[in-house]
Design a protein around this ligand. Structure first.
Ligand code: 9W4
Length: 419
């Protein structure tokens, strides 16, 4: 038996396989690309090292990379996001994988190092840890790697800085910046999964409740839209006038948090900013208020303030802590103020990840084909790829759309006719 893996327990493989097969049944775009790649073999001869959440959806991507001819070596990119059953299933089917739930920081970097042993030609990142390790410790490898991809906003941001300073040693595609990635993730993925997290942690009835959404960016908009769909009275809070105006014109009530705090039944923060809900807000909340976050890590809700105001605290359900304030009012904090859609639910639905990972797959195919002629900088994927993927997705949903005729296209680009 080969030992090019380290997972929690190989005996979990069968459960993992079921999870992966369920995700495969919800990811038709990636599956269609896989079918085509089985004959075209666009990644033949490529060695792909990946550092990405080990989830059922990621496993569908890994299987697709292998079906397309690549050898693969994988590690997780967050100690808490690895699904041990999925990791076991991947190891059992011969994928080199180093990932288990709850690993330490040292173990995390050990796993990344292990995935570099087979000298990858392509890298796939979520947060840029793999690329950073290659650049910091493996200069020989950095010179021979054809290119990489990056999944997240933060990772892309860091890599752009590296490229600006002339430090990036191979081209990277910013998968995050594709419309079919970030728009789907932020609006539709976060929209549904955040409500899913609140429901799993509370089983509360949404209809008729005052549902306060802090921040009307892409995530906030998605959450507000879905909460309204379930019959909640949605109230938005904002600091940016244009965003606040958009929320008003979408038909939401908009007010400062100081006022919303007094009437809200359920709160969710989606701003990226700290201290959105803090001491004076807790002090004015109704008995039974539910508070959650789907924004930046765990800073948007000031839990220190809540602890100070509380006289007792207990876990009343998983991911749901009841704080009793000094006057007897109760406030319920979900997932310890961490991202409620990840900690209390399963993140973005597979159908949403279908788009992100189809983008990842096509980006790696592009690098395998043309990577050697690209400059050492961060590239966006061509907008045609978004259109191609969106059309594929529509096709899998049985939706047909119109196409412009040659005459209509000519009219569109004709500037001689005037108005
Ligand atoms: N998962 C994560 C992070 C922290 C965390 C209870 C409190 C991101 C994107 C995708 O970061 C991710 N903390 C937890 S659970 C947990 C999970 N707890 C446990 O106590 C702390 C993460 C991408 N993605 C999807 O969204 C769906 N499929 C995917 O591949 C996955 C995970």
């Amino acid at each position: 038996m080969s030992t090019n893996y380290k997972v929690a327990d190989l005996k979990m493989a069968e459960q993992g396989r079921l999870k992966i097969e369920w995700a495969e049944s919800r990811m038709p775009v990636l599956m269609a690309l896989r079918e085509k790649a089985k004959t075209d073999q666009p990644l033949k001869g490529m060695r792909v090292a990946g550092c990405l959440h080990v989830t059922k959806e990621t496993a569908v991507l890994v299987r697709t990379l292998r079906a397309a001819g690549a050898e693969v070596s994988w590690s997780g990119c967050n100690p808490l996001s690895t699904n041990d059953e999925v990791a076991a299933a991947l190891a059992a089917e011969g994928t080199s994988i180093y990932a288990w739930h709850g690993l330490s920081k040292d173990e995390f970097y050990w796993c990344i190092e292990k995935t570099l042993e087979f000298k990858p030609t392509l890298t796939l990142d979520d947060g840029a840890d793999l690329i950073f390790t290659v650049h910091a410790k493996h200069h020989g490898l950095a010179a021979t790697i054809i290119g990489g991809t990056e999944e997240t906003t933060t990772g892309v941001h860091r890599l752009r800085h590296m490229a600006k300073d002339g430090k990036l040693k191979y081209p990277v595609f910013a998968v995050n910046d594709s419309e079919t990635k970030w728009d789907f993730d932020n609006v539709f993925g976060t929209g549904q999964s955040s409500l899913d997290g609140i429901l799993r942690a509370t089983s509360v009835f949404f209809a008729g409740k005052n549902f306060v959404v802090a921040g009307f960016g892409h995530c906030g908009r998605g959450v507000a839209m879905r909460a309204r769909g379930m019959g909640a009275n949605v109230i938005c809070t904002e600091v940016k006038p244009t965003q606040a105006l958009k929320a008003v014109l979408e038909g939401y009530r908009v007010m400062p948090m100081d006022e919303a705090a007094k009437i809200g039944d359920i709160f969710i923060t989606a701003t990226g900013v700290k201290d959105i809900i803090k001491g004076n807000h807790f002090a004015s909340m109704k008995d039974g208020a539910i508070i959650s976050n789907t924004g930046h890590y765990d800073v948007e809700i000031n839990i220190g303030d809540l602890e100070k105001l509380a006289k007792a605290k207990r876990e009343i359900r998983p991911n749901n802590e009841e704080y009793t304030l000094k006057d007897g009012r109760r406030v319920y904090l979900l997932a310890q103020g961490r991202l409620v859609n990840l900690a209390a639910a399963e993140g973005h639905p597979s159908e949403v990840m279908d788009m992100s990972f189809a983008n990842q797959f096509l980006a790696l195919c592009r690098l395998a084909k043309d990577g050697k002629s690209l400059d050492k900088k961060v590239y966006e994927l061509p907008p045609e790829q978004d259109q191609e993927l969106a059309l594929l997705k529509l096709g899998t949903m049985g939706v047909k759309i119109d196409a412009l005729t040659a005459e209509q296209k000519a009219y569109e680009s004709d500037y001689s006719a005037g108005t």
